[in-house]
Design a protein around this ligand. Structure first.
Ligand SMILES: *Cc1c(COP(=O)(O)O)cnc(C)c1O
Length: 390
């Protein structure tokens, strides 16, 4: 995390109307924006940020969030999208044309791969999977028509932390654009741009919102030509975001570093405790020694998200693992993460990853803002109820 990030999220260049100062940014809602005269209407360019054209192209409220997310990631430009997945689709559609190839890590966020399998395939865009722990595997997949490499640290659900430096070096050697899904890192755990990555995307749905009640995504860049390309596609697709949702994310940002660290501390403590339980065969948490890619995490990060996966032995009936999840009381069953309520989801590894899947039954846990002791007691009673007679 950049040293001054927490302070920069609170002290920012936003200036309220003259004579009025308060902590929060005003919620400006608009489709229509008035022009003083026809000459002004004709002169205005939606790409520019020094004037407003139409609600879809930005308001004072959305501009502030864009600037803060760009600052959080250490980038220069940002566009907002109505979800994290929409932000991924925006990057793909802005950069890829028929005949192009897209490289995805084998442990990529599932819907990103589904987007490639369905919508991108229909456009004649091919995707290939590489092993995120092995830069040589990326090297072997890159070809003449490769245009974009997605990176994700750690990968979704199975939580392997990739060799980001090695992967970026390979992509750069081939002159291929790199895009990082930084939802887990939230701009705090490590600095994607410092690694030479071209595009950093985040699901603001997760940590920046922190409420479990907003869907939003962001795409951050440093280079103006890359930003302009993404901004054009963003405009052509009509990807707007609601002012009230923007306000909710702005509100969440001030407490982002505090929540991130608090959820990390409790997540790590519970991950270590679970790793010592007899019912559990493996805990996948990048900060835990022995977790796949732990050495890559350690070389880049000291912080981690409060998110990890627990593996139960394959010899257990899957119904027993479901019974464990059903027995949880504080952990609720639901998708997404980084909200106030801790969540648990069992994943079908074979269906997700095929032969590459680790063995066993996997349950992903997202740590909320409850007390560590209460969460531990909840996990303990659920383990005992489900596995007590094992
Ligand atoms: C949740 C998530 C997304 C998508 O975000 P949505 O706002 O739910 O569309 C993308 N990438 C990762 C790694 C995520 O966890």
């Amino acid at each position: 995390m950049k040293d001054d990030a927490a302070t920069a999220l609170i002290h920012h260049p936003y200036r309220p109307p003259a004579g009025f100062e308060s902590p929060q940014v005003a919620v400006h809602k608009a489709s229509t924006v008035f022009f003083p005269d026809v000459a002004a209407l004709r002169a205005r360019d939606w790409r520019r940020r020094d004037a407003y054209t139409y609600g879809l192209h930005g308001t004072p409220t959305t501009f502030v969030l864009e600037e803060r997310i760009a600052a959080l990631e250490g980038g220069c430009h940002c566009v907002l999208a109505p979800s994290g997945l929409a932000a991924i689709a925006l990057v793909d559609l802005a950069l890829l044309a028929p005949g192009d190839e897209l490289l995805l890590p084998a442990n990529v966020y599932g819907p990103s791969r589904e987007l490639a399998r369905h919508e991108l395939a229909r456009q004649g865009i091919v995707h290939r999977l590489y092993d995120p722990l092995d830069p040589a595997s990326l090297e072997a997949q890159l070809g003449e028509r490769s245009r974009l490499v997605w990176l994700e640290a750690p990968g979704s659900v199975t939580m392997e932390f990739p060799d980001l430096r090695g992967l970026v070096a390979v992509a750069q050697r081939h002159g291929v654009t790199t895009a990082l899904d930084d939802t887990w890192g939230s701009g705090l755990a490590f600095d994607g741009f410092a690694l030479g990555i071209d595009i950093v995307m985040q699901a603001l749905t997760k940590y920046p919102s922190g409420g479990g009640d907003v869907l939003m995504g962001a795409v951050v860049t440093r280079e103006a030509p890359l930003h302009e390309r993404i901004k054009s596609t963003h405009m052509h697709l009509g990807l707007g975001v609601g002012a009230n949702d923007v306000e909710a994310v702005l509100r969440g940002l001030a407490s982002l570093p505090l929540r991130y660290r608090a959820q990390d501390a409790v997540g790590r403590a519970l991950a270590r405790w679970l790793a010592g339980r007899p019912e559990v065969t493996e805990v996948r948490h990048p900060a835990l020694e022995g977790s796949p890619g732990h050495e890559h995490w350690r070389s880049l990060c000291t912080d981690a998200a409060g998110l990890f996966s627990v593996l139960f032995d394959a010899r257990h009936d899957a119904a027993r693992v479901d019974a464990f999840v059903d027995a949880l009381r504080l952990f609720r069953i639901g998708y997404s993460w980084a909200g106030p309520v801790s969540l648990a989801v069992p994943y079908d590894l074979a269906a997700m990853r095929g032969e590459r899947a680790p063995q066993g039954h996997l349950v992903r846990l997202s740590i909320g803002l409850e007390e560590e002791q209460a969460l531990r007691a909840d996990l303990e009673q659920a383990l005992e109820r489900a596995f007590g007679a094992a």
